[in-house]
Design a protein around this ligand. Structure first.
Ligand code: FAD
Ligand code: NAP
Length: 322
């Protein structure tokens, strides 16, 4: 158990958190960054990243995030592998408790807790999670040969393409008749002979065996006809988007109807002075690594400005009465 004090306390180690750390450290603010359970954030569970500037050849997500971490460490960010469980927003400085019973004290806070995979919410999905049901193809794809991917966004199509490295057949199940994913991704999927698409269908139930526990198929419902069909698969990857990790700040910071942190226009300032939000946790629209990094930069610059103003207020000499 230890106490870590800093002018800028950053929560999260994705592109937003690391970039905030780099800017805060270079401003001489000696930031402390708490990594959370997913060190490096969402990009560590993907393969090739092709759209982060500065890398003419695709770079593996894990390698990109390790480079950001190394850069942040090299400029002086203090990294602590721990998870924040509670924040006291009522007092200054802010005090956070953690899973490892540490105490983190920050004059300002940057919340960069990102987003997590969304699930369908079926009891059978819960039952077979880890036994044929997954939300991470790079983690679990190797184990299955006849797989389905649920979703129609970039994640789903990327997962499907990646899964063709191991599987004989990959079926994408989408609830509409058009993908949301980028055109480039759609073209790659269309050209891959291992991938087929089932349109206008939702998963009604994940089918499987009890002993050993494992997936054997999916019961699909056509949303236009209400007809149900069973398809045989041994693995199913859920890629239906993400929800923001805002449980920590719920009831304290202003959130939108989807629970994203609301920040002021063109700013990372939240509804509480001295608390800034960066990355996917405040971005219901774009959710891209470069944007997360950009907002991490804004949050650090705004935290610096806030701390300067705080210092000026403390140091201000009251004019003497005449
Ligand atoms: P995240 O990367 O989500 O990181 C959040 C961090 O917060 C994690 O380190 C986590 O451990 C930490 N955390 C959470 N709760 C706590 C807590 N209580 N205490 C301490 N720490 C906590 N974008 C692209 O631009 N290009 C791509 O090619 C691309 N591919 C993607 C592929 C996949 C499969 C996925 C899922 C996303 C992809 N994205 C891509 C989107 C991109 O990953 C995100 O936009 C980006 O990672 C968001 O960064 P972030 O820093 O806001 O949060
Ligand atoms: P997303 O863009 O929100 O797409 C989610 C998909 O899942 C949509 O097609 C949606 O259907 C479907 N869906 C949602 N809820 C569902 C449910 N309950 N049942 C069935 N289907 C459901 O999420 P994402 O694909 O995870 O992408 C998130 C962000 O990361 C995006 O900004 C994306 O561009 C980015 N990303 C980028 C890359 C890349 O650049 N290479 C790769 C991965 C992710 P509808 O279309 O009908 O709404």
């Amino acid at each position: 158990m230890a106490e870590y004090k800093s002018k800028v306390l950053i929560i999260g180690s994705g592109p937003a958190g690391y970039t905030a750390g780099i800017y805060a450290a270079r401003a001489g603010l000696k930031p402390v960054l708490v990594s959370g359970t997913q060190v490096g954030g969402q990009l560590t569970i993907t393969t090739e990243v092709e759209n982060f500037p500065g890398f003419p050849e695709p770079i593996q997500g894990g390698e990109l995030m390790q480079r950001m971490r190394d850069q942040a460490q090299n400029v002086g960010v203090q990294m602590i592998d721990d998870t924040i469980t509670e924040i006291d927003f009522e007092h200054r400085p802010f005090v956070c408790s953690s899973e490892n019973a540490n105490s983190f004290v920050g004059d300002s806070l940057i919340i960069a807790t990102g987003a997590s995979a969304r699930w369908l919410g079926l009891p059978s999905e819960e039952k077979f999670r880890g036994f044929g049901v997954s939300a991470c193809a790079t983690c679990d794809g190797f184990f299955y040969r006849n797989v389905a991917v649920v979703g129609g966004g970039n994640s789903a199509l990327e997962e499907a393409l990646y899964l063709t490295n191991f599987a004989k057949n990959v079926t994408i199940i989408h609830r509409r008749d058009a993908f949301r994913a980028d055109k480039t991704m759609q073209e790659r999927v269309a050209q891959n002979h291992k991938i087929n698409v089932i349109w206008n269908c939702v998963v009604e139930e994940i089918l499987g065996t009890e002993s050993p526990l494992g997936v054997t198929g999916l019961r699909l419902k056509n949303v236009k006809t209400d007809n149900t069909t069973d398809v045989a698969v041994d693995g199913v990857f859920i890629a239906i988007g993400h929800h923001p990790n805002t449980d920590l700040v719920k009831g304290h910071l202003h959130l939108d109807k989807e629970n994203y942190i609301v920040t002021k226009h063109n700013s990372c300032e939240t509804s509480i002075k001295g608390v800034f939000a960066a990355g996917d946790v405040r971005d219901p629209q774009y959710r891209q690594a470069i944007i997360a990094a950009g907002s991490g930069c804004i949050a650090a610059l705004e935290a610096e400005k806030y701390l300067n103003e705080l210092g000026e207020q403390k140091n201000a000499v009251k004019p003497e009465a005449v």
